[in-house]
Design a protein around this ligand. Structure first.
Ligand code: FES
Length: 121
């Protein structure tokens, strides 16, 4: 299947730490910015289809003991489904919980100057 590139906006159109829903070639996608990096993914949870762009962009808690402070790692690279809380790593779309099956499809994003270019395939 052929790939296609799409200019989805200027870098400054997107704030870090939130998900932006968009439609590209009729596909529901979402875009998340983390500083100079961007993540694009299908805006549909593999569990029951919720729009992941309505979820929280967060990080994953590091292992800790009762009473310890919660410390997040990979902050800004995890999206939490708004319906049932499945968490997805935006680097490759895998779920963080071993008991949750499924993966959200991700797409490459690159910057050309200040333009955000997404590749569909
Ligand atoms: S629809 Fe996303 S976790 Fe259920």
């Amino acid at each position: 299947m052929a790939s296609s590139e799409h200019d989805v906006g200027a870098m400054d159109d997107f704030q870090s730490g939130r998900a932006y829903p968009m439609s590209v070639e009729g596909k529901p996608l979402a875009l998340v910015r983390k500083n100079e990096a961007f993540f694009a993914f299908r805006d549909a949870c593999p569990h029951q289809g919720a729009r992941l762009s309505g979820g929280l962009v967060s990080g994953s808690p590091k292992p800790c003991l009762p009473g310890d402070e919660i410390v997040l790692e990979n902050e800004g690279e995890i999206v939490i489904c708004p319906w049932h809380g499945w968490e997805f790593d935006l680097n490759d779309g895998h779920t963080l919980a071993e008991s949750c099956r499924g993966r959200v499809k991700t797409y490459p994003v690159r910057l050309v100057g200040d333009r955000v270019i997404l590749t569909l395939f």
